[in-house]
Design a protein around this ligand. Structure first.
Ligand SMILES: [Zn+2]
Length: 112
């Protein structure tokens, strides 16, 4: 058994969060919200809030219809992946963590 597998087996249990589904979607140290679904968009997309140990992230899944022609389907897959790259980069930049309180000098500054 690899060291990585052993680390997973010994992961410490974490409590449910306020937002997790508190059902089969949760694991010992992973908590998952109910899915938020976007439909009527020519496909379907789901976003799920996930907490693993002390880290939280958004998990995004999508079901996108593909053309029956193999060449067109491959082009659609490549295009979808490129758009997903752009999406993740854009979201990561826009949702970058706010600076810490000590790095925000306007907070606690009294008006002149
Ligand atoms: Zn949970």
């Amino acid at each position: 058994m690899s060291a990585r597998t052993m680390a997973r087996l010994h992961r410490a249990e974490t409590p449910h969060t306020d937002w997790c589904a508190r059902d089969h979607r949760c694991g010992v140290a992973e908590h998952r919200s109910a899915d938020i679904v976007a439909a009527d968009i020519g496909g379907r997309a789901w976003i799920t809030r996930v907490r693993v140990d002390d880290r939280e992230y958004a998990e995004i899944r999508a079901r996108i219809p593909l053309h029956s022609n193999e060449s067109v389907a491959r082009w659609q897959l490549a295009t979808a992946l490129e758009i997903m790259r752009e999406l993740v980069a854009t979201v990561a930049a826009r949702l970058a963590p706010l600076p810490r309180r000590a790095e925000r000098p306007a907070i606690d500054r009294r008006p002149a």
